[in-house]
Design a protein around this ligand. Structure first.
Ligand SMILES: [Zn+2]
Ligand SMILES: [Zn+2]
Length: 268
């Protein structure tokens, strides 16, 4: 049985009925559990963690209400877990730590979406790619991902090579650098996410690439499974393809979490 640990409620009403739509879709595709991981910047209580032109107008929800809603769903016996997706920004580390300590999550995801003021996966920032030094950006991205791992704040790091989203690759060979990054991440004990979301993005391939997936296997980093669904119909989307890639790479296990304790599950 599989578990999709990366779902967003932000596009619907904060109601049990909407939560159930995600669950029903997951069940129909054979999932045994789903985990919600709302963007931290949605929550007013977290406004100080990342405040910019993109997050400010979206900073409208309450983390307390989010937890209440999902705990209510849990109390009905629904197989769900409560997570959160936090934007990792090195300068905010201690504030992020303080924020996490105030709430009870089953798991915490740490994502790199921002390199300074460059929201590299945003359509609004697409023109900036054209004038950027791709070599510097790719190095910056993976060095920041490593910092996120070393911060010890997170249980899993989503879409590990999100930087490829629009297909801007540097001309230099990064394989040795990527192996160094994955090897160092392995020392931290954090999990990395295998995500089908990339198939729905311009790059049209899973996160991470088969090359990085091979390194994750080589250095025995545990994985979590994700669709990054922002709508119920995307829950576990392309998990069949995801599974084929994971099995071909030699993976036999994935992780679930309960109150931040990891549970190893057979991948089948
Ligand atoms: Zn993300
Ligand atoms: Zn997400």
């Amino acid at each position: 049985m599989l578990a999709d640990y990366h779902l967003h409620l932000e596009n619907g009403p904060k109601e049990l009925e909407y939560v159930k739509k995600f669950l029903d879709q997951g069940k129909s595709l054979g999932l045994s559990e789903i985990g919600f991981s709302e963007h931290c910047y949605r929550f007013k209580e977290a406004k100080h963690l990342l405040d910019n032109f993109f997050t400010a107008p979206r900073n409208v929800d309450s983390v307390k209400e989010y937890l209440e809603l999902l705990n209510q769903a849990k109390s009905l016996g629904w197989p769900i877990k409560i997570g959160i997706e936090i934007d990792y920004v090195p300068e905010a580390e201690s504030a992020i730590r303080e924020f996490i300590s105030q709430y009870e999550f089953d798991y915490v995801l740490g994502s790199v979406h921002w390199l300074g003021d460059f929201g590299f996966d945003l359509k609004e920032h697409l023109p900036r790619w054209e004038t950027s030094d791709l070599d510097i950006i790719w190095h910056d991205y993976f060095n920041t991902l490593l910092k996120a791992a070393q911060s010890g704040l997170f249980d899993s790091l989503p879409h590990p090579d999100l930087i490829k989203i629009y297909g801007f690759y540097p001309k230099t060979d990064l394989n040795e650098f990527l192996e160094h990054i994955i090897k160092e991440i392995a020392k931290t004990g954090v999990a990395l996410e295998a995500s089908s979301a990339g198939w729905r993005k311009p790059i049209g391939e899973m996160y991470p690439s088969r090359f990085i997936l091979g390194l994750i296997k080589k250095y025995q980093i545990p994985i979590t499974l994700a669709s990054d669904a922002h709508f119920p119909e995307d829950v576990a989307k392309d998990f069949d393809k995801l599974l084929v890639n994971l099995k071909e790479t030699g993976f036999t296990e994935y992780l679930r979490f309960n109150k931040r304790q990891r549970i190893r599950e057979e991948l089948k």
